[in-house]
Design a protein around this ligand. Structure first.
Ligand code: SF4
Length: 94
């Protein structure tokens, strides 16, 4: 009998190969823009956070390439691209 895995356990099975450059960047000067703040709650991998200066910061390791942040923040705020071939997420559970 197989054990049911919750979302966190399933995500823990994925493999991430980093690229030389981050494939998503917060555009320069936009770190405090209010349009960026929804990403903190919307990113399913929890990669956005706010620092003590009120700036939103992105830690790209673990990105699921789902595009949610691109949708909620927009391309005026984010420079969003898929990572180069052979890098990024490799899903191991569906
Ligand atoms: S693409 Fe998805 S997982 Fe990656 S940073 Fe944006 S919301 Fe988070």
């Amino acid at each position: 009998m197989s054990e049911r895995l919750d979302l966190k356990a399933k995500l823990g099975l994925d493999v991430f190969k980093p690229a030389l450059e981050p494939h998503i960047k917060i555009k320069q000067g936009m770190e405090k823009d209010l349009r960026l703040k929804p990403a903190i709650r919307a990113c399913p991998a929890g990669l956005y956070s706010e620092n003590d200066n009120g700036e939103v910061v992105l830690t790209i390791d673990g990105c699921l390439e789902c595009g949610t942040c691109r949708l909620v923040c927009g391309t005026e705020i984010l420079d969003w691209n898929y990572p180069p071939g052979g890098t990024g997420v490799q899903y191991r559970f569906g």
